[in-house]
Design a binder for this molecule. Structure first.
Ligand code: B1M
Length: 210
């Protein structure tokens, strides 16, 4: 069985230590982090997402699979950081209040770091006040927010409004993303940009700061 299938199977089984070892093997076989992400880690979580949607998996199974995919990301992180220079823009990132989804945001953090950006990751379930405080403290060029649930999308607007209230809105560009979010929604809440994927957000940030 090819390494990518082995990684996908280990994700489906929720076996974090096996995913970690297989990702290490992938790197030894000269696969790039991006090849491992695109051909194994993301297909693994998409497979889990489909089964979850069809009620063929329970939340604990999804949680185990998520931990397994995160183990894969953590294994790749140092390799991606090695080539990064951190001379690019400063980006504050978080998943909005009420939302615990971490994987897409984590991928975004890794991609941006890989592209040489300095990333301050506020984590998940981040209230608007915490984004505001981070902007006051770190003076970033970009604030990036992720929302994965329809019910947490309003928190994107609340954060944009909070930045406006604190007179910080003009000092940063705000970008948003996450599967239920669209470009139209982003424009409607007063964000500066929307990216469909972590990869796209690199180009988006570069074009917003040009
Ligand atoms: Co949740 N969940 N979940 N879940 N979960 C979804 C999102 C859902 C679509 C599943 C479904 O029903 N089909 C659904 C949301 C429906 C909706 O509201 N539209 C859902 C639900 C309902 C729930 C709960 C409410 C379930 C429950 O309790 N009954 C609950 C909510 C908890 C909470 O947040 N308060 C819940 C819980 C969980 C787990 C904890 C079990 C787990 C998360 C674990 C973790 O993250 N540590 C989980 C998971 C794993 C999923 C699915 C299966 C996978 C999400 C994921 O990681 N995708 C998901 C189904 C699915 O997506 N197919 C689902 C992979 C990731 C790489 O993609 O995050 O979309 P994504 O990121 C993409 C892009 O969106 C983009 O870049 C990434 C790719 O390059 N992107 C950005 C993301 N953020 C960006 C920001 C940007 C730019 C791009 O700029 C700033």
């Amino acid at each position: 069985m090819a390494i990518r299938e082995k990684i996908i199977n280990a994700i489906i089984k929720g076996n974090a230590s096996e995913v970690k070892s297989l990702v290490e093997v992938g790197l030894q076989l000269d696969l790039t982090p991006r090849e491992i992400i695109d051909s194994a880690l993301l297909p693994g979580i998409i497979n889990i997402g489909e089964k979850f949607k069809q009620n063929r998996l329970l939340i604990p199974d999804v949680l185990m699979a998520s931990r397994a995919i995160q183990a894969g990301f953590y294994t790749l992180e140092p390799v991606m950081k090695e080539t990064a220079q951190e001379i690019g823009p400063k980006v504050v990132i978080g998943t909005v209040a009420g939302d615990l989804h971490d994987i897409g945001k984590q991928l975004l953090v890794m991609m941006l770091q890989g592209a040489g950006m300095k990333v301050i990751d506020l984590g998940i379930d981040v209230p608007a006040e915490v984004f505001v405080k981070a902007v006051q403290e770190h003076h970033p060029d970009i604030v990036g927010m992720s929302a994965l649930l329809t019910i947490t999308m309003p928190a994107l607007r609340e954060t944009v409004d909070a930045l406006e209230r604190e007179n910080l809105r003009q000092s940063v560009k705000v970008i948003v993303g996450g599967s239920p979010v669209t470009w139209d929604y982003a424009m409607g809440i007063g964000a500066d940009g929307y990216a469909d994927s972590a990869y796209e957000s690199i180009g988006l940030i570069q074009s917003l700061l040009r």
